[in-house]
Design a protein around this ligand. Structure first.
Ligand code: ASP
Length: 342
């Protein structure tokens, strides 16, 4: 079988830290990866490394997502797959954004990182990195990639990236995908869940980077006691074009007149308001209760079972494309990259 070639893109985060002679944590030189981890030589994979200016992922910006998307596009024909090493804090945001920005993707882009720095003996980074490379390189008998989508590998599970959230600051299994089963589970063997993995709609269509995002959005998380003044003030911020509303349960919110009227006013001004649930699992179904039905009548868009990370990045991305309000609402309610179930 032909050797796969994989490009590792290092962006920063805990995975890239090692101890120097003085015992302090310093960035790891991924160009020496094969000397550090001789095990990667046994993978039957050619590895190259592209190092971005390393950052703590709390500092990530949409401009950086665009830079990353272009690195992938510029190297697309030379590699069979990509492994992106990223800080865990915002990995689900970056990976969700990339899933929308990379149009016609037909090669694996696997995000991973670690909770314990690479240079610490008990690191989870070594296994995450080695398995991510193996997943990015895996092909079927025809030589087609087994996972041709943006995915996130962490602690024995490969997820569709835009279905994930970081759920623990402590556990080594830091990521969850509550509304979609893993694309693969890693034990003694790697077991792929073929029925869940997306295949490209058009095979061999050229990859296109659609990196225009509009940052003029806000997230509003409901809580009992949220006042009319604060709600109105947040929704009236100048320039806001989109609101991700984190509601209760199956998409419920107060039925108070001031609440519904505030939403009606902003929607009438052309602001896209998307309803997602604060619950970790399950979906919005606005028709179930009166408290949800009123939102539907006010013109709120249903976010179904999207994570906040997927809803925020999808809304930014759709607002960045030249679409009408109706097209944005329709696309928000439709699965574009497997990010929602409806
Ligand atoms: N603060 C770090 C980051 O997200 C944490 C990590 O990498 O796990 O960059």
């Amino acid at each position: 079988m032909k050797r796969s070639s994989i490009l590792i893109i290092y962006t920063g985060g805990t995975i890239g830290m090692r101890r120097n002679e003085n015992g302090t944590l310093v960035p790891f030189d991924f160009n020496t990866i094969e000397q550090e981890f001789p095990a990667v030589r046994n993978l039957n994979v050619d590895i190259s490394v592209h190092k971005m200016e390393p950052i703590d992922s709390s500092n990530v910006t949409p401009a950086r997502w665009s830079e990353l998307a272009h690195i992938i596009a510029n190297n697309y024909t030379d590699y069979d797959g990509f492994v992106v090493l990223h800080g865990t804090d915002t990995m689900s945001y970056t990976a969700s954004a990339l899933s929308f920005m990379l149009d016609n993707l037909s090669k694996p882009v696997i995000f991973t990182g670690s909770q314990i720095p690479m240079g610490i003996l008990r690191t989870d980074g070594r296994e995450n990195l080695i398995t991510a490379i193996e997943l990015a390189a895996a092909t079927d008998a025809q030589g087609d990639a087994l996972v041709p989508e943006v995915a996130l590998y962490f602690q024995n599970r490969l997820f569709r990236a835009n279905r994930t959230s970081k759920h623990s600051a402590e556990a080594l299994s830091a990521f969850e995908s509550r509304n979609l089963p893993p694309l693969a589970e890693v034990g003694v063997n790697i077991v792929y869940n073929y029925s869940v993995i997306s295949k490209p709609c058009v095979k061999d269509a050229p990859l296109q980077v659609k990196d225009r995002l509009d940052k003029n959005i806000i997230i509003v998380k409901l809580f009992p006691g949220l006042s009319h003044e604060s709600f109105k003030a947040m929704l009236s911020i100048e320039g806001v074009r989109g609101v991700v509303l984190e509601t209760y349960g199956t998409g419920n919110a107060p039925t108070a007149e001031w609440f519904i009227n505030t939403l009606r006013e902003v929607i009438a001004r052309g602001v896209a308001v998307v309803n997602i649930t604060q619950c970790q699992g399950g979906a919005v179904a606005m028709q179930l209760y009166e408290t949800g039905r009123q939102l539907q009548e006010a013109g709120v868009i249903c976010g179904y079972d999207m994570t906040s990370e997927a809803a925020v990045t999808k809304l930014m991305w759709l607002l960045g494309q030249e679409l009408s309000n109706e097209e944005i609402a329709a696309a928000m309610e439709r699965s574009l990259r497997g990010e929602l179930t409806n």
